[in-house]
Design a protein around this ligand. Structure first.
Ligand code: ADP
Ligand code: MG
Length: 332
């Protein structure tokens, strides 16, 4: 059943008042896979996510039509018990929102509501989910300290653990790393990759590199329309639609002209990264470096390392069967 759809949506339309934000979106989210929703700001990514768990009901003037089938149940049908459906879905927001209580109590919160009172059982549950969230080792000696004392990246992993402790089947993430530093982002990405063994994951991101690192499937939304959907490597590396190609190649950068080009074919990681850094070092802030690589690892690792150093990765394009070009704008 691995590739069957856990969520199927059909002709979903969403409006805020007169503003038609999602237009006839029909698509499926395969079980135990990561689907990334990509697209520019304002195209309806968050709205689509909020339709899935009907959090959109909380927005005054919002209307949704169509079908959203989760495990055979239409989430948009008003006669269903929405709390049941919501329990199946955990939401990881853009900014971590820990409850004003201890680390322990944050994770124990959901299980307590669901009636677990036994101290030993709660202890086990808290440890289990802090481990799954990838935070246990860092906090096991200070479980009673306030959650807001944690770094922002740790708080986000705590929120992940808290969400998982109520045993959802689906994890919805809305740009879950956009408020985090690169190392914390990497932690969250690593956890999500592990979690897809057990959960269906939908992640909204406007970061193509993140989509490349994480996604099995990609949905490209543009102005509320589904432009393209398919396996991540097809959509990201060889899109069928010109609008997707334009977005991915960062046409926003169509006119970017490199100031220097460095050919690192034949070099493997981490050397290609080190040489690219040296080349960038010689350039002034704002200048553009084009790096050519043929090491498949470099296609994700060079952009990640450059972002970690605070530079802007303008685009990553495949030139031919073996070669890729990475365009970087020096920031610092
Ligand atoms: N609560 C709201 N009321 C009115 N318009 C909204 C509301 N939330 C979002 N919008 C509008 O809907 C469109 C899609 O927004 P959103 O789903 O947040 O896009 P994205 O997440 O892709 O940036 C935007 O034009 C936005 O301004
Ligand atoms: Mg959004």
């Amino acid at each position: 059943m691995k590739n069957s759809n856990h969520i199927s949506i059909e002709k979903v339309n969403a409006f805020y008042g007169d503003h038609h934000v999602l237009k006839d979106v029909t698509v499926g989210f395969p079980r135990k896979q990561i689907t990334a929703i990509i697209g520019p700001s304002g195209c309806g990514k968050s709205t689509l996510l909020k339709c899935l768990n009907r959090l959109i009901d909380l927005t005054d003037g919002a209307r949704v039509s169509g079908k959203i089938i989760v495990d055979g149940i239409d989430v948009l049908n008003n006669s269903i018990d929405i709390t049941d459906v919501r329990r199946k879905m955990g939401l990881l927001p853009q900014k971590p929102n820990p409850l004003p209580m201890s680390i322990y109590d944050n994770v124990a919160y959901g299980p307590r509501i669901h009636g677990i009172k036994d101290k030993k059982k709660l202890d086990e549950t808290v440890e289990k989910y802090l481990r799954i969230g990838g935070l246990w080792e860092e906090v096991k000696d200070r479980l009673k300290s306030p959650a807001n004392k944690l770094s922002i990246g740790q708080q986000q992993r705590l929120c992940l653990a808290r969400g998982l402790a109520v045993e959802p089947e689906i994890i919805l993430c809305d740009e879950p790393t956009s408020a985090l530093d690169p190392v914390s982002s990497q932690h969250i990405e690593q956890q999500l990759l592990k979690l897809k063994n057990d959960y269906t994951i939908v992640i909204v991101t406007h970061n193509i590199h993140q989509a490349m690192r994480l996604a099995d499937y990609v949905i490209h939304l543009y102005l509320g329309e589904l432009v393209e959907h398919g396996p991540a490597n097809e959509v990201l590396e060889n899109p069928k639609e010109e609008r997707t190609r334009a977005y991915i190649n960062g046409t926003f950068l169509a006119d970017v002209k490199e100031d220097q080009e460095i050919n690192l074919k034949g070099n493997v990681c981490p050397y290609n990264f080190v040489y690219a850094k040296q080349a960038l070092h010689a350039l002034a802030k704002g200048k553009i470096l084009k790096v050519i690589v043929d090491d498949p690892i470099a296609v994700t690792e060079v952009p990640r390392g450059m972002e970690a150093d605070g530079h802007e990765v303008v685009s990553v394009k495949q030139q031919n069967k073996t070669d890729w070009e990475i365009i970087i704008r020096k920031q610092s």
